[in-house]
Each structure stands twice: as structure tokens, then as C-alpha cells.
Design a protein. Structure first.
Length: 127
């Protein structure tokens, strides 16, 4: 083979290598974003359940205007997306989700007395 053909082969290998590296990078970023979106969806669901608990009277198994006795249902504490914990107080509750894919990735959100989600915080690759 001539020098020109060898250079073209080397150039082709370099371009294919770069394309594979970019593809892997895009796939990894999509995976992280997908996990983050799933966790946010789960936290929205937990927030709705917590607020429903807060406004329900104690005679019906609710908190009667109080979050302090709310507990995350056992089937929702851990799933394929994350592990969820809560820190309830009378007028607010803080949910923390630690990613099942990477423990350094987490999301924290506070639910106020009106059921509004405020104070979203993202850690790790979720930032």
C-alpha cells in the first residue's frame, strides 16, 4: 500500500474512534438525565401523597393540617430510580432521593403547608 492509503486508513480509524467516544458520552448524559427525570416524577408523586395526608382529618387516617406523622409508603421507599427519605415537620416536609445508579447523585425538595414544591436542590451529576 502507498503512503496515501495508509494515511487515509489512519484518519478513518481516528474519526471512527472519535465518533464512538462522542456516542458514549451522549448515551451517558441521556442516562443521567433520564434518571433525574424519573426521580423528579417520583418526588412529585410523594409530594401529592404527603399533601393529601396533611389535609385529611385524623379520623380518616390523615394528619389534620400536620405533616409530622407522614411516612413514605414502604413500597415507595426504594425503587429502580432511587431511595427516598423524608424529614417531616408541622408545616413542611423535606424529601431526599438518592439515585440508585450513582449514590453521589441526589435531589432534595421541600413541600410547604400549601402543598407547593419549593427549594429543589440537585447534587452530583444532576446539577
Amino acid at each position: 500500500m502507498g503512503q496515501q492509503q495508509l494515511l487515509l486508513i489512519i484518519l478513518g480509524v481516528i474519526i471512527v474512534g472519535i465518533a464512538i467516544a462522542v456516542g458514549l458520552s451522549l448515551f451517558s448524559a441521556q442516562s443521567v438525565q433520564s434518571n433525574r427525570d424519573a426521580i423528579i416524577n417520583d418526588l412529585n408523586n410523594l409530594a401529592a401523597q404527603a399533601y393529601q395526608f396533611r389535609i385529611r382529618p385524623t379520623s380518616m387516617g390523615g394528619g389534620q393540617g400536620d405533616y409530622t406523622t407522614f411516612a413514605i409508603p414502604s413500597k415507595m421507599k426504594t425503587n429502580e430510580n432511587a431511595t427516598y427519605t423524608s424529614s417531616p415537620s408541622q408545616n413542611s416536609i423535606v424529601f431526599t432521593a438518592v439515585s440508585a445508579q450513582n449514590a453521589s447523585n441526589s435531589v432534595t425538595v421541600t413541600i410547604d403547608s400549601n402543598g407547593r414544591l419549593a427549594g429543589w436542590s440537585y447534587y452530583g451529576d444532576f446539577q
